[in-house]
Design a protein around this ligand. Structure first.
Ligand SMILES: [Fe+2]
Ligand SMILES: [Fe+2]
Length: 195
């Protein structure tokens, strides 16, 4: 399936989603394409993954857990602590098995857009960051401006910065840290330091 076809399937899926979710998705597509242009990545791949990243973001914890169990999505301690994490993995499974999306990198970008992943592609990083620096999120949390600024120059460094910020808040609130987020932060921090 082409990237354009995958994007079209995600957009059809989004048609009955709440307006806030469709509008957020539009902003993430725009932001991811802009980062792709700056960093010379594939804008079509970024747009397709951004279109599909949040197709299950509207679901509540109970339904995410139920659907994830039915779809054999791995549920670890961090997912039980914060079931919202499951909307990415669940969307990736739905995209692959119900929508017929067969691009492994696109599916992984969707799967890991909340936690990040140490092996994320550059396009995956662009989508991850475009989601985190959605202008509405930055307006609500001006501390994200530093992440948005870093993303213009170095995607790995910006992702490390975002993950560190979120971990500090999670630690302060007694939440669990997701093992993939910790591994991703370590990888991105080292990569950022080398560039
Ligand atoms: Fe999301
Ligand atoms: Fe999102």
């Amino acid at each position: 399936m082409s990237l354009a076809a995958a994007r079209a399937r995600f957009e059809a899926e989004l048609a009955d989603r709440p307006a806030w979710l469709r509008e957020h998705t539009e902003r993430v597509i725009d932001g991811a394409v802009r980062l792709a242009q700056i960093h010379e990545l594939d804008p079509e791949r970024c747009a397709a993954a951004a279109a599909g990243h949040d197709i299950f973001r509207h679901l509540k914890a109970k339904e995410l857990l139920e659907r994830s169990r039915n779809a054999s999505v791995p549920i670890g301690e961090a997912e039980l602590d914060a079931p919202i994490i499951l909307h990415g993995p669940l969307a990736a499974v739905h995209a692959e098995f119900a929508l017929g999306v067969d691009d492994a990198d696109l599916l992984d970008t969707i799967r890991h857009h909340t936690t990040a992943h140490p092996d994320m592609s550059a396009e995956g990083l662009a989508v991850f960051l475009a989601d985190k620096i959605d202008p509405q999120k930055v307006a609500r949390d001006p501390g994200l401006e530093s992440v948005a600024a870093a993303a213009q120059h170095d995607l790995a460094a910006a992702a490390a910065l975002f993950l560190e910020r979120r971990m500090i808040a999670q630690l302060a609130g007694g939440a669990l840290l997701h093992p993939l987020a910790v591994a991703a932060r370590n990888t991105f921090r080292q990569r950022g330091a080398q560039s």
